[in-house]
Design a protein. Structure first.
Length: 762
C-alpha cells in the first residue's frame, strides 16, 4: 500500500515531520517556491483579464521531478507549506505541477496548516486537513500581479530617464517616499526658543521635590525668551507657595499583548539591535525546529508571520498554570487575558508565542545559539507577561499656587510589579521611574529652595529607525508582516536610503527617484491609495471582493499615469533636474545629472560649456558646490594614444585621464596622489611584461592590478610581496592579517596553504 505524501516548503521541516509522523508518511520539500512569473518578461496577459503566466523557476526542474517521483503511487497528497498567502501559492503551484497529463485526477489533495511544529499540533493538523483556500491564493496572486505591473513597467522608465539598475516597487517606493518626506520636514523645520521654569520645594524638613510651572491666571503659559523667564522667576521668588490640591489614586497598568510580526521586529530592533531581516531569519529557525537532543528537533515558537494578537485558550491556560506555580497566585489572573485583533482576516494565526511555556529560556540555553536565545527570551517573556496580573501604582498629583501662577508635581510608587517582573516596555520607562513625593496636604505652605529657568528649543520630527519605520508602515496599512523585512533591505540595497547611526537618511538618488515617481504617479505611490489596496487584498481573501475588479480598478489609474510619465517625466540623463543655481563659468543653469559614479552638477550650456562638479547638501538641503580644481597637467603620456595625461578630481579622489577624450577614454587610478604606485612585483600572467601596481576601485577601496590594464586584467585585493613561496614556488606571497595571527605572509595559491611570519627574511 502506497504511503501518503506530505509536502512542505522547507528542508528543515522535513526532519521535524519525519520524527513526528514516523514511517506512515513520506515527506518532501519544495525548497521555497517552485513557480513564478518569468524573470525577463512581464508575464501577465493584460488583455485576458490579467492572466498570469507562471513557469517553473530556473533550477527547480529537479525539485519538481523529485516531487513527482515521490508522489509515485500515492493517492493522498498533503500540502503543508507555511500557513499564509505565500504558502497557499506554493501549495497551489505544487498541485498544478503534480496534476498534469495522466495524473490530472490521480491525487486527492489536502491542505494542512501547521501553526506550530510540535507533536500535538502536527498530528491534529494532519487529522483535520482542509481544502486549498482559493480566496487566499487569489489574494496572493493579485499582490504578485500588482507588484509585477508596477515593477516591470516603471523600473524600465527609470532606467531610460535616470540610470540603469534602479527599481520601483508598489510598496518599497512608498516606504522611500515616507522617508524622503520626513527628511524634507526636518530640513524645513525652524527651531524656536522657549523656556521652562522648575521650582525646587520643600515642606519644613521634608525632602526637596520639584514642581513645573504650568499656568498663569488659569491659562497655559508660554515663556518665549530669557528676559520673560527671569521676570517670572523674580515674581515667583517674591510669592508664597501653597498647596492648592492633592489628588491620590491607585492605577493599574495592563501588560501588552503578545507579539505580532511588526511588534516583534520593533522590539528586536530596539532591544537586541537586530535588523528586521535578521529577526525574521532567527524567528524562522525557532519556528522550524531546534534540536533539543540528538535527532530531537522541536518547533519552539508559533508561526512568526502574523497580524494577530490572539492566543489559543489552551496556551493561555498553560501560561496561567505556569505563572501560579512559578511566580505565585498574586501574579496569576483568575481567567486568561483576551486580546482582540483589529482585523479578522489574519485571525487564522495566533500571536507569536512559545509552543510551550515549560520551555523556559533557561532550560533551552544549552541548545540555542546566542541570537536564538536572545530572540526566544524576548518572545517567551512577552507572552508569559501578557497573561500576568497588572502592575499597580499609587499616584499622587499636586497643584501649587504661587500668586497668579500654578505649578504641578507628580509622583508614583510601584505597589505591585505584576507583569513588570518579566517584561517592561521601553516607551513607558519614564512613567515607571517617576519619583516619589513627600507626604503633602492641602493648604500646606512650601519653602522655595531654588527656582530654575531653563532654555529649550523646539525639535524637528525624528528620522525613522528600522523600528519606527515598521511601526509607521503598520499604522498606515502599508505592506504586510511578511514584506517589512524585504522592503527595508531593498531600499538600502538600491542606495535609495542609508542607515546612519541607526536612522534612515535618503540619498540624493533616493530623492531624485522619489520626486520623479511622486510627480508622475501621484496616485499609485500615494500612502492612502497603497493602504486601500491592502484592504482590497484582505477583502479578496475573505471573499468580499473579486480579484478582477481590484485589478481593473488599479489598471485604470495606473495605465493613464504610466502613459503620461513616458512622455512627461524629466530625463535626468538628458536635461537633468533643475537646481535653481547657475554655472560659475557660463551663467547657464546648473542641473543635477546621474553618471556611473552617482549624481553630479552639470552646466545646461553643454557642449559649449563643459563645467561639471560634485556637490553636497547642507543641513537645510541646500546644494553646496564642492571645490573644483582645474585639470592639472602632468609629464605623463597615454600608453594607448600617446597624448598627454592630466590629473582630474573625481568622486573617489584624483585620477589621471587622457586629453584625447572622448576618442580615448584611458584613465589611471591614483593612490596617495601617485599614479599606479608600483609594488616591485612582476605580473604573474604568462607572457605579460607588466608589473603589479596599487589601484583604487570605484568605491575607493585599495587593490592591486597589472599596470597594462586593460590589456591584462590581473588583479588581487592583498598586497603582493616580492618573495617566492618556498613550498610551491609561486613567484610572490601576499600580506594577510587576522585577529588571531596578526600580520603574516601567505601564498595566494588556494591549494598551497603556506604561511610565514611577516618579518621573516627572503
Amino acid at each position: 500500500m502506497s504511503k501518503p505524501l506530505v509536502i512542505v516548503e522547507s528542508p528543515t521541516k522535513v526532519r521535524t515531520l519525519k520524527k513526528y509522523l514516523g514511517k506512515d508518511y513520506d515527506v518532501e520539500a519544495t525548497v521555497g517556491h517552485i513557480k513564478d512569473l518569468p524573470p525577463r518578461a512581464l508575464g501577465i496577459d493584460i488583455e485576458k483579464n490579467f492572466e498570469p503566466k507562471y513557469e517553473v523557476i530556473k533550477g527547480k526542474d529537479k525539485v519538481v521531478a523529485r516531487l513527482k517521483k515521490a508522489a509515485g503511487h500515492a493517492k493522498d497528497i498533503y500540502l503543508a507549506p507555511d500557513p499564509d498567502r505565500e504558502g497557499e501559492a506554493i501549495a497551489q503551484h505544487v498541485k498544478e505541477e503534480l496534476s498534469q497529463g495522466k495524473n490530472k485526477d490521480k491525487f486527492t489533495f489536502h491542505r494542512v496548516l501547521f501553526h506550530e511544529l510540535t507533536r500535538n499540533a502536527i498530528l491534529k493538523a494532519m487529522q483535520t486537513p482542509q481544502p486549498l483556500d482559493a480566496n487566499k491564493y487569489e489574494a496572493q496572486q493579485i499582490r504578485r500581479i500588482l507588484d509585477r505591473l508596477v515593477g516591470y513597467q516603471v523600473s524600465p522608465l527609470l532606467w531610460r530617464k535616470v540610470a540603469s539598475g534602479l527599481s520601483a516597487g508598489r510598496v518599497q517606493s512608498v516606504a522611500v517616499r515616507i522617508i524622503c518626506e520626513r527628511e524634507r520636514a526636518i530640513r524645513a523645520f525652524v527651531s524656536e526658543e522657549y523656556w521652562s521654569i522648575t521650582a525646587h520645594l520643600a515642606k519644613e524638613d521634608s525632602p526637596v521635590f520639584t514642581a513645573a510651572l504650568k499656568k498663569k491666571d488659569g491659562k497655559n503659559i508660554v515663556i518665549p525668551n530669557e528676559q520673560s523667564a527671569l521676570e517670572i522667576k523674580a515674581e515667583l521668588s517674591a510669592s508664597q507657595f501653597v498647596i492648592e490640591k492633592v489628588e491620590k489614586k491607585r492605577s493599574k497598568k495592563n501588560p501588552p499583548p503578545p507579539f505580532n510580526t511588526s511588534k516583534l521586529q520593533q522590539a528586536a530592533i530596539k532591544r537586541l539591535r537586530f535588523t528586521a531581516k535578521k529577526t525574521m531569519s532567527v524567528a524562522q529557525q525557532l519556528y522550524e525546529g531546534v534540536d533539543l537532543g540528538p535527532g530531537e528537533p522541536v518547533g519552539l515558537i508559533t508561526y512568526m508571520r502574523t497580524d494577530s494578537t490572539r492566543v489559543s485558550t489552551e496556551a493561555a491556560n498553560q501560561a496561567l498554570d505556569f505563572i501560579g506555580r512559578e511566580y505565585g497566585e498574586d501574579y496569576r489572573p483568575k481567567s486568561p487575558r483576551i486580546y482582540k485583533n483589529r482585523k479578522k482576516v489574519q485571525d487564522a494565526h495566533e500571536a507569536i508565542r512559545p509552543t510551550s511555556v515549560e520551555y523556559t529560556p533557561q532550560k533551552l540555553a544549552p541548545y540555542l545559539s546566542s541570537d536564538q536565545k536572545k530572540l526566544y527570551s524576548l518572545i517567551w517573556n512577552c507572552f508569559v507577561a501578557s497573561q500576568m496580573e497588572s502592575a499597580v501604582y499609587d499616584k499622587t498629583s499636586v497643584s501649587i499656587k504661587a500668586g497668579p501662577y500654578l505649578l504641578t508635581a507628580s509622583g508614583s510608587v510601584l505597589v505591585f510589579d505584576g507583569y513588570l517582573v518579566l517584561y517592561r516596555e521601553e516607551e513607558n520607562q519614564d512613567e515607571e521611574n517617576e519619583g516619589q513625593l513627600p507626604l503633602l496636604f492641602q493648604n500646606d505652605p512650601l519653602d522655595p529652595k531654588k527656582i530654575v529657568p531653563k532654555q529649550h528649543f523646539t525639535q524637528p520630527p525624528p528620522r525613522f529607525s528600522e523600528a519606527s519605520l515598521v511601526k509607521e508602515m503598520e499604522e498606515n496599512g502599508i505592506g504586510r508582516p511578511s514584506t517589512y523585512a524585504a522592503i527595508l533591505s531593498t531600499i538600502r540595497d538600491k542606495n535609495y536610503v542609508e542607515l546612519i547611526k541607526g536612522y534612515f537618511h535618503p540619498t540624493e538618488i533616493g530623492f531624485i527617484v522619489n520626486d520623479l515617481l511622486t510627480d508622475s504617479f501621484s496616485k499609485i505611490f500615494d500612502v492612502n491609495f497603497t493602504a486601500s489596496l491592502e484592504d482590497s487584498l484582505d477583502k479578496v481573501e475573505t471573499g468580499h471582493a473579486k480579484s478582477l475588479g481590484v485589478l481593473e480598478e488599479f489598471w485604470k489609474s495606473f495605465k493613464g499615469e504610466l502613459d503620461r510619465a513616458g512622455q512627461d517625466m524629466v530625463s535626468v540623463k538628458g536635461v537633468g533636474v533643475s537646481t535653481g543655481l547657475f554655472c560659475p563659468k557660463s551663467n547657464h543653469p546648473l542641473n543635477i545629472k546621474v553618471g556611473k559614479n552617482g549624481p553630479f552638477l552639470a552646466c545646461a550650456g553643454y557642449p559649449e560649456c563643459s563645467f561639471t562638479s560634485n556637490f553636497s547638501r547642507n543641513e537645510k538641503g541646500e546644494i553646496v558646490i564642492e571645490d573644483r580644481n582645474e585639470d592639472e597637467p602632468t609629464d605623463k603620456t597615454c600608453e594607448k594614444c600617446g597624448k598627454p595625461l592630466v590629473k582630474k578630481q573625481g568622486r573617489f579622489g584624483s585620477f589621471l585621464a587622457c586629453t584625447g577624450y572622448p576618442e580615448c577614454k584611458n584613465t589611471q587610478s591614483l593612490v596617495n596622489g601617485q599614479a599606479g604606485q608600483t609594488t616591485g612585483v612582476p605580473c604573474p600572467v604568462k607572457g605579460c611584461k607588466g608589473e603589479i601596481v596599487e589601484k583604487t576601485s570605484k568605491r575607493g577601496k585599495l587593490f592591486f592590478g597589472c599596470n597594462l590594464f586593460p590589456k591584462c586584467d590581473f588583479a588581487l585585493w592583498d598586497r603582493p610581496v616580492k618573495k617566492a613561496c618556498p613550498k610551491c614556488g609561486h613567484p610572490f606571497l601576499v600580506e594577510k592579517s587576522s585577529k588571531k595571527k596578526g600580520d603574516f605572509l601567505a601564498c595566494p595559491q588556494s591549494n598551497c596553504g603556506h604561511e610565514e611570519d611577516k618579518d621573516s627574511k627572503p
